[in-house]
Structures are given as structure tokens and as C-alpha cells.
Design a binder for this molecule. Structure first.
Ligand code: MOS
Length: 697
């Protein structure tokens, strides 16, 4: 057990974002806005077949446009050193692996020139038969690589078939979630500059991890990482899609190498983002439960089939939540992938947990009805004493507290448990509940450096990222607390590979990983230089190893409540009220934390009602690949959303007692909305999104 640092006042204050003023006045530089006098602009040409080979690229017409500097094709693009990862082997061969892949690019004096010229490039293909539809008969599925998945794809405990046969109450349903796209406000952008004399590559990049992008780019182009610098002070959202480099980084680097000494600016369009920066793959999830009449689960089976890409494996671990959530002596989870000729899926806020908990928490609601039990009571009866997967004790499992507190806040007890019981005018009205969870994880490899600048002022340096979550503010608070000084005495530096290394802003691990490095560095400064360090004193420390990670099951939990209204005539679904209570350790900044939780809940509501990438099986493209037709909620779709948390600190997670809050808000929220829609209408929809037609008989 590590001791919780004593609060010096800074932690727990609802500080406004330090960079807020700069952002709203337009002076916070985003990657694409980094000022250069004489930049070049890049615009790509994307494949229009889903599988095949490029036969020829006719650039003659494009080259006649004034201001066009160069055209990159598979024939003339600079060669990469490592082409093992197909996502990054940009323009290295003529193979087309999905529709929307880079097949050529224009470098020009202006963005409009580049775009116009790109439109004039003619590409001839040899098209091969493609498969983009996961439900097509005969498509094969396989077990993913455990290393890609991050965990074992299959688990089994106890006598599953025997327990299913012996159960008094059985649930057996299949749930489906569609392809979903991250769509941060700021598109993926990068500026690449190659300086030939010094052999230095610089990227101004919109990313969740400067060191991650540097590592990939250095490897792909065969440069010593020391020769690659990645800078990213402000990011306009990512939701995971900026959690790694993608092909556009490599294309920008190729263009920069073809134009040494001149920075090349590259901003993806919204439509480009539907094939090049990842997405949540579609899932088919069969859940089987066997329970006693009193609701106690004897067996839980979660079998998942999901889309992956032939270009590169990505395994969404949707069934993993069923390893942890509830007690059942027999249990099985499996994951199978259908590798298709589609773009490469990647992280989208709470990968695995977001789609998985939609299925599990809807199934729990179905079980509650089957046992005629209140859904909160059902969950309380299935509380596991230890983590069912590992047998480890919980560092703190407060799921039932969240459910009970939330029920009180929401007015759950006034509810008539019968579905289709409440009608107000033209609207059926219902309420629903679902659990939430997220691992409390800390990533290794971050280092913080603290320098005393004199007069009690400190510079704190770490290559962390603020993708819009509040890192600038929260890390400053953590540093001030650890140094025992005021916020105004701390100058934080993040978002640059010239700073000490930092793990990716992903897996809700940022605050824990970087924050504990900052705390460790502050302690070392005191150890090495005393309580009153001389000007110029500096110390470095890394994220400490936490032995409790092997001794405890470290999880956050939460409870979602939703009120849903479904129009009796049109099937229109509205969500006037959402309420969430979370157990997420100590809160560093209530203002930014609430914003993360509320944002996650809204994204879950969006997952429930709006988001669906529709793929045309004939051509393999996303038909609704823009914000006009790929629906995300606007303010008019969002009702009252409340998020609160239990007062706690988990000393087993880190010295701060704090866990991340970036993802747990989305986990389970779609199920709460879908369960409320069932309660309103009596219609159980097991396939997202809950479009109006599903409520019209
Ligand atoms: Mo988050 S989807 O782990 O960047």
C-alpha cells in the first residue's frame, strides 16, 4: 500500500482550465496552426475499390495546375525502412486493402490547389472481389492473437454447459452494435518538416501521445528516435483515434522527405477520417445466463464475433467485462474476428467495455424481468466477493453503493416496474438503469522532471498530452500539491518529445501514470535538494512500480440512470434525463472530471440513439461518412445530465488515490437508455442504434 499524499489545497479544487482563455480567444495553437512562413500543403487520393491493385496513376492533368509542386505515387514515393505494419506501409506497393486507402498524394502551394489537383488524378485499378459485410454467409472467423487483444481472447471456468442445463431461469439473446466513428471536433492533422542537412524530422501533430507517434514514425522511416521530434500542445479531442500514429502521419513524412526544408501541412477531411484513423468495429454478442429463481447467476457466457481488417488485426475485447462484473461459478467468454476488406478498426472511448457493457447490462435487465426482480436488487445479489477472473480481492468495489445512491438521486423507487405503464400525451415514458465499470490502470514508462527556477517557482516537464480532457489543469494541481506551493508557482510543460517520456493518453491512465511520476519527482526533489531547494535544483523520477497491481483487482464502477420518452406515433426517442454516480477514487478537479463523465454519458446516449456507420457492401465505403448523415447529438438532443461521485481515495492505485475518468462515463450508458426505452414501450431492441422504426409495429 502506498500512502496518499497529503492535500495541500490544490487537489480537489474546481479550477478553471488554465488554457481555457487561450482556447476561446483562438490563441491556443493546435497542430495545424503552428505558424510557418512558407508551408506546402498535402492532399491525398484515396482508393475507390475495396480490394485490388493499382494499375496506373495518371498525374498529367494534375501537374498542369499552377502551384502543384510534386505528386506522390506508389512508383515514386520515398521508400520506408519498415513496412511490416500494413497501416504504415503507405505508397510502398500497389496493393489496395480497403476502400479509402492512400494511393497517391499532391503537394502544392495551397490547400485548395492540392485538393483540386488531387481530384484530377486518375487511378486505374484491377479490382478483386471484396468482402466487407460481416454477416455475409460463409465468412470465416478466427481467434485473435492474445498480444493484439492485450488479454486472452477466451476464458472458461467451471461446468458451463452443465450449469446452463441445470438453471431455473435462462437468458439467451444476441446483441448487435454497429461500426462507430470517433469524430473529434478537430480532425487529425500534422505538419511534417524534414531537414536534410541535420537529418531531423519534426512533426506538429494532433495526438494523444507524442512519444508514441515518434516511436512509430522513427521505426517506419528508419531514423534514430532522437532525430524525430513530435510537438502537440493542444488537441481538439481524439476519443482514442489519436492514441497512435496512423497512415496520415507516414504520408506527411513521405511528403516532407520529398520536399526537404519546407514544412508540409496535412489536415484530413471529415470524410477521410472514416477510413484512415480507426473506428469501433461492429460486434455481434451472444449472452447466455443461467440463474436461480432468486436471480443468483450460476453461469454467464459471453461469445463475441467482431469485424477486423485484413490489413491489420484489431481485436475489440467486448466480452472481457463479463469476466469481472458479476458472481457466477461457471463462466465463459470468447472472441472471434471476421477479417474483412475494411479500414483498420482502433480504439474508441472505452474499447471493448462500451459495446460489451451494452450487451451485458441489457441482458441483466432482461434477467431482472425474467426473475421479476428490481434490476438494482438483481445486481446486488450478484456481487462477487473477489474478482471472479483473478480471484484477487477488490481494492474497493463500490458498485452497489453507486446503484443505491443513484437510485435515490434519480427517484427510482417511484417507478412502476411494469413496462409500457406510463403514458404522457403522445409519449410512452420509461426509466432504466445499468452498471458501469473501468479498470484503474497505470501505464509504465513516464518520467517527470521538476526544476526549481528560484523564488519558489517550479517548472514541471513531462511529455504528456491534453486531448481536451483537462491535463494542463489537473497535472498542474497535482504538481502544486506535491510541491506544497500555489498553482501560480508551477509552470507545466507537456506535449513535446523534447520533454521526458510519457505514456499515451489512453485507457483512462493519464492522470495515474503521469500524476504519480510528478509526485515521485517532487518527492525526489525534496530528498535530493531538501525542503528549500536552491535555484537550479532539478530532479527526475518515473512512474513508480505499484506492487498492489498484482495483489488487488483495481476497478472503478458506476451506475447509470436514464429517463426515456418514445413517441407513440413516430417512434422518436428522447432522453430528457440522465444521471450517473461513479466510484473513481479521488477527484483531482471536480470541474474537468465532471466534464469528462458528462461527456462520456452523452457519448453513450449517442451510441444508443444516433451513431451508425452504414457500409455499402457493393463498394465498401461508409455511405454516411460526414457529420450531416453520421449522427452525433447536438445540444437539442441532450437533456439534463448529472454526474456525481463517491467521496473516496483508493490508496492502492497510486500515491494520489485517483483513477481516470475519461472513459467510464460511456460504459453502460447506452444500456441504461435502451433499458429505459424497453420500460417505456415494452419493445426490447437488441441492436443499436435505437432508431424510431424499431418502436413502430
Ligand atoms: Mo482511449 S479509447 O483508451 O484513448
Amino acid at each position: 500500500m502506498v500512502d496518499v499524499a497529503p492535500g495541500a489545497g490544490a487537489i480537489g479544487e474546481p479550477m478553471e482550465r488554465l488554457e481555457g482563455r487561450a482556447k476561446v480567444t483562438g490563441t491556443a495553437p493546435y497542430a495545424y496552426e503552428h505558424p510557418f512562413d512558407d508551408p506546402l500543403y498535402l492532399h491525398p487520393v484515396l482508393s475507390t475499390v475495396a480490394r485490388g491493385r493499382v494499375l496506373s496513376v495518371d498525374t498529367a492533368k494534375a501537374e498542369t495546375i499552377e502551384g502543384v509542386r510534386a505528386l506522390l505515387t506508389p512508383w515514386n514515393a520515398p521508400r520506408l525502412v519498415d513496412t511490416g505494419d500494413r497501416e504504415f506501409a503507405v505508397l510502398q506497393d500497389r496493393e489496395v486493402l480497403f476502400r479509402g486507402q492512400f494511393v497517391a498524394a499532391v503537394i502544392a502551394d495551397g490547400p485548395e490547389i492540392a485538393r483540386q489537383a488531387a481530384d484530377l488524378v486518375r487511378v486505374e485499378y484491377e479490382a478483386l472481389r471484396h468482402e466487407v459485410d460481416p454477416s455475409s454467409p460463409g465468412r470465416e472467423v478466427y481467434r485473435p492473437d492474445a498480444e493484439d487483444a492485450g488479454v486472452e481472447p477466451d476464458t472458461e471456468q467451471g461446468d458451463v454447459e452443465g450449469a446452463l442445463a441445470a438453471a431455473t431461469v435462462r437468458i439467451d439473446h444476441t446483441y448487435r452494435t454497429p461500426r462507430a466513428y470517433n469524430n473529434p471536433m478537430e480532425p487529425h492533422t500534422t505538419i511534417a518538416l524534414w531537414e536534410e542537412e541535420t537529418e531531423r524530422l519534426t512533426l506538429y501533430d494532433s495526438t494523444q501521445g507524442v512519444h508514441v507517434v515518434r516511436g512509430t514514425v522513427a521505426e517506419v522511416v528508419g531514423l534514430d528516435p532522437e532525430r524525430v521530434r513530435v510537438v502537440s500542445p493542444h488537441v481538439g479531442g481524439g476519443f482514442g483515434s489519436k492514441g497512435s500514429a496512423h497512415a496520415h502521419n507516414v504520408l506527411a513524412v513521405l511528403a516532407a522527405k520529398a520536399s526537404p526544408g519546407r514544412p508540409v501541412k496535412f489536415a484530413l477531411t471529415r470524410r477521410h477520417m472514416f477510413s484512415l484513423v480507426g473506428y469501433r468495429p461492429d460486434t455481434v454478442q451472444r449472452i447466455r445466463m443461467g440463474a436461480e429463481e432468486d436471480g443468483r447467476l450460476g453461469v454467464l457466457v459471453h461469445d463475441v464475433v467482431e469485424t477486423s481488417s485484413r490489413a491489420k488485426e484489431y481485436a475489440e475485447m467486448s466480452g472481457a467485462c463479463s469476466r469481472t462484473m458479476y458472481a457466477a461459478s461457471a463462466r465463459r467468454t470468447t472472441h472471434r474476428l471476421a477479417a474483412l476488406d475494411v479500414p483498420i478498426p482502433f480504439w474508441m472511448r472505452a474499447p471493448g467495455k462500451a459495446p460489451g457493457m451494452f450487451a451485458l447490462e441489457t441482458a441483466m435487465d432482461e434477467l431482472a424481468y425474467a426473475c421479476a426482480l428490481d434490476p438494482i436488487e438483481l445486481r446486488a445479489r450478484n456481487e462477487p466477493e473477489r474478482d471472479p477472473q483473478t480471484g484477487l480481492p477488490w481494492s474497493g468495489r463500490h458498485l452497489v453503493e453507486c446503484l443505491r445512491r443513484g437510485a435515490e438521486r434519480f427517484g427510482w423507487d417511484e417507478r412502476d416496474p411494469k413496462p409500457r405503464a406510463r403514458r404522457e400525451g403522445d409519449w410512452w415514458v420509461g426509466t432504466g438503469v445499468a452498471s458501469s465499470m473501468y479498470p484503474r490502470s497505470t501505464m509504465p514508462g513516464s518520467v517527470a522532471e521538476i526544476a526549481h527556477e528560484g523564488q519558489g517557482r517550479y517548472t514541471v516537464s513531462i511529455g504528456a498530452a491534453d486531448l481536451g480532457t483537462g491535463t494542463w489543469t489537473a497535472l498542474t494541481q497535482i504538481a502544486a500539491d506535491a510541491l506544497g506551493c500555489g498553482i501560480d508557482r508551477v509552470r507545466l510543460r507537456i506535449g513535446d518529445t523534447d520533454l521526458p517520456p510519457a505514456s499515451v493518453a489512453g485507457g483512462s491512465s493519464g492522470i495515474s501514470s503521469w500524476g504519480s511520476a510528478v509526485v515521485a519527482a517532487a518527492r525526489r526533489l525534496r530528498d535530493e535538494h531538501g525542503g528549500d531547494p536552491a535555484p537550479g535544483a532539478r530532479s527526475r523520477a518515473g512512474t513508480p512500480h505499484n506492487p498492489d497491481e498484482e495483489r488487488y483487482a483495481l476497478y472503478s464502477f458506476g451506475a447509470h440512470f436514464a429517463e426515456v420518452r418514445v413517441n407513440a406515433d413516430t417512434g422518436e426517442v428522447r432522453v430528457p434525463r440522465m444521471s450517473g454516480v461513479f466510484s473513481v477514487g479521488r477527484i483531482i478537479n471536480p470541474r474537468t472530471a465532471r466534464s469528462q463523465l458528462v461527456g462520456g454519458m452523452v457519448m453513450g446516449m449517442s451510441m444508443a440513439l444516433h451513431e451508425e456507420g452504414v457500409v455499402d457492401p457493393r463498394f465498401g465505403h461508409v455511405v454516411n461518412g460526414d457529420l450531416a448523415e453520421y449522427h452525433v447529438p447536438v445540444n437539442a438532443d441532450v437533456g439534463r445530465v448529472e454526474a456525481e461521485w463517491l467521496e473516496e481515495a483508493d490508496p492502492r492505485v497510486n500515491a494520489l488515490g485517483a483513477a481516470g475518468v475519461g472513459e467510464i462515463g460511456i460504459v453502460g450508458s447506452a444500456a441504461a437508455v435502451a433499458n429505459a426505452a424497453f420500460h417505456a414501450t415494452g419493445t426490447r431492441v437488441r441492436e443499436l442504434p435505437l432508431t424510431p422504426d424499431r418502436f413502430l409495429s
